[in-house]
Design a protein around this ligand. Structure first.
Ligand code: TYM
Length: 327
């Protein structure tokens, strides 16, 4: 089987952007691939974290993956910081990555502007840690949203360079985007990506939002003042809602346009809200049940870590040996 690796930061809540861009897809490809999924808590500390909150968010993110259908019996699911091979490989990758390459990362440019008082070295080398995550497991595919594309491309550049200098070390990874939902936009501004770090909670729908909140948020979604449920220039808000509706129902754009023929934006927004809330209801229930079973989550983490380390050790040792480090 081909190998898949992906990760998500434990940032307190998971939006339908994370769900459609990544996690829903992860649950769906588990049969087809050998999957490794991780909670990227090392990545999370590139911005200031309150220790108790980080610990809680890490466990909740883990439970959320399982609630969304990631099966710890079929896939390897673990917490990044518990596996030391990630930072160990990162060091080696750092020495094969140029300052200029990291400076060109758009996420670094955005975040260093947004968090100007804390442009730390971890924020700068974030992509080489992500490259280590991917390359350690010799991943063929990386299921992510569009915003991670540049990081995966850098991973390929580093892998190719090291393969060239040191001999064959790494499998070349490729992005795997979902059919619909690789880039979900903010409900308050369809030109901006939906993001859990947006200070306005109306801009995103969280997987754990209760039904009435979900409906209210879709009701107040920013759209144009025209009519007709279709994609067109100036109708980016409606287009984004169509993408969300399509990803949650499997319906095509044509089917959606036909379904809402002659009906107004209000009807459409309500339908999207109800559909999203209904699909997410069982996820919320499973999440609550999992959070009541700490012993089970701890056992899954331990098992996932052991399986992950068995794989990552091989790559880490191979690289360290080629470089000339003592083993
Ligand atoms: P993170 O935690 O920001 O996001 C997790 C996943 O959600 C996707 N995503 C979206 N997809 C569609 N529309 C959106 N509005 C949207 N917002 C977020 C992201 O593309 C991502 O797939 N660096 C990564 C975590 C990571 C990782 C890795 C991923 C660490 N190591 C190795 C893949 C491989 C991140 O911060 O994702």
């Amino acid at each position: 089987k081909k190998v898949v690796l992906s990760g998500i930061q434990p940032s307190g809540l998971i939006t339908i952007g994370n769900y459609l861009g990544a996690v829903k897809n992860w649950a769906e490809i588990q049969e087809q691939y050998r999957c490794v999924f991780m909670i990227a808590n090392l990545h999370a500390t590139t911005v200031r974290q309150e220790p108790a909150a980080l610990r809680k968010n890490t466990l909740e993110a883990y439970a959320m993956l399982l609630a969304c259908g990631v099966d710890p019996k079929r896939s390897i699911v673990f917490v990044q910081s518990q596996n030391p091979h990630h930072t160990e490989l990162m060091w080696a990758l750092n020495c094969y990555t140029q300052f200029g390459e990291l400076s060109r990362m758009t996420q670094f440019k955005d975040k260093s502007a947004r968090y100007a008082d804390n442009v730390n070295a971890g924020l700068f080398t974030y992509p080489t840690l992500m490259a280590a995550d991917i390359l350690l497991y010799q991943a063929d595919y990386v299921p992510v949203g569009i915003d991670q594309k540049q990081h995966v491309e850098l991973t390929r550049d580093i892998a190719q360079r090291m393969n060239g200098v040191l001999g064959n070390l790494f499998t070349m990874p490729e992005c795997l985007f979902p059919k619909a939902g690789a880039k979900i936009m903010a409900l308050t501004d369809p030109t901006k990506k939906m993001s859990k770090s947006d200070p306005n909670p109306k801009s995103y729908v969280a997987v754990l939002d209760p039904k009435d909140t979900v409906i209210k948020k879709f009701k107040s979604a920013v759209t144009d003042s025209g009519s007709g449920i279709c994609r067109a220039e100036g109708k980016e808000g409606i287009g984004n809602l169509m993408t969300i509706y399509s990803a949650f129902t499997g319906k095509s754009d044509e089917e959606i346009t036909a379904e809402f023929e002659g009906r107004g934006y209000g009807d459409f927004k309500l339908a999207v809200g109800e559909t999203v809330a209904d699909v997410l209801a069982p996820v919320r229930e499973r999440f609550a049940a999992l959070m009541r079973d700490r012993a089970y989550l701890d056992a899954c983490c331990a098992e996932g870590l052991e399986q992950a380390m068995r794989i990552s050790q091989r790559t880490r040792d191979k690289v360290y040996k080629k470089i000339g480090f003592f083993l």
